[in-house]
Write a protein that binds this ligand. Structure first.
Ligand SMILES: [Zn+2]
Length: 246
């Protein structure tokens, strides 16, 4: 039980108590403000460092060829030989290339992550442009009525993409032991629609028994992905060094 107080003293104590509770409220307010400022500073810092982080990382769009719906409403699987489908094999190579590129510090995005994609061919190039990617890499396998046709071709459309096509052609034929059929220009939709560096790789002939057998082997597909990623990395490092010289 509290001792009784003089009415005058009571007022003073009440005022003091009020002041104290006022001070307490201010303290809480300051504490909340301080915490908010700390969080804000951390958020700004994180946002900035994320921006710089993304800016430095090269971006690749890895296009697993085919997998779009045709006008007949069926999925385009590309070439099909010896029980193998081009769309399945290039999707696997695209995933592996994505991982290898990420391992080299890239941001790599595939145009489909399953059997089909709602993206048309032109959409894929537009998508790459919207992301301001550094490169568009389309993966395909060749096919010919002559079973003996074999080897590697890298296609490009814009003249300025020739050095990139040649670098890929050289590295892939050397390191995978594929016959070098040389680079070629072709008005493929994904190349013509792409305002950024774009190449289309025909990584051997699925219609050729020997090459189909190699493509069916996950080890070969993994090696192909490594060579693709390393060649793209070699290209971007040279490109960025040149840009710095300017
Ligand atoms: Zn194809």
């Amino acid at each position: 039980m509290q001792p009784a107080m003089h009415p005058m003293a009571k007022g003073k104590v009440n005022k003091r108590a009020k002041r104290r509770s006022h001070f307490g409220k201010l303290l809480v307010l300051f504490a909340i403000l301080a915490v908010a400022i700390v969080f804000l500073v951390i958020a700004i810092y994180r946002h900035r460092s994320n921006q710089n982080f993304a800016k430095d990382k090269p971006i690749a769009i890895v296009d697993a060829g085919h997998g779009a719906f045709t006008s007949l409403g069926i999925i385009d699987v590309g070439a099909s030989h010896f029980g193998l489908k081009e769309a399945d094999l290039v999707l696997d190579i695209a995933f592996r290339t994505q991982k290898k590129l990420e391992g080299l510090g890239w941001i790599a995005i595939t145009t489909r992550d399953g059997d089909w994609t709602p993206f048309s061919l032109a959409d894929r190039a537009t998508f790459a442009n919207a992301l301001q990617a550094d490169v568009f890499l389309s993966l395909h396998l060749n096919s010919h009525t002559s079973r003996s046709a074999h080897g590697l071709i890298v296609f490009y459309w814009r003249p300025e993409d020739k050095p990139l096509a040649e670098l890929l052609q050289k590295r892939l034929s050397e390191k995978l032991g594929l016959r070098d059929r040389g680079t070629e220009t072709a008005p493929f939709t994904v190349l013509v629609w792409s305002p950024l560096p774009a190449v289309l790789v025909e990584l051997g002939f699925l219609s050729n028994r020997r090459e189909a057998k190699r493509l069916a082997n996950p080890q070969f597909r993994d090696k192909a992905a490594s060579v693709l990623a390393e060649a793209l990395n070699e290209w971007i490092l040279k490109k960025r060094a040149k840009e710095r010289e300017r």
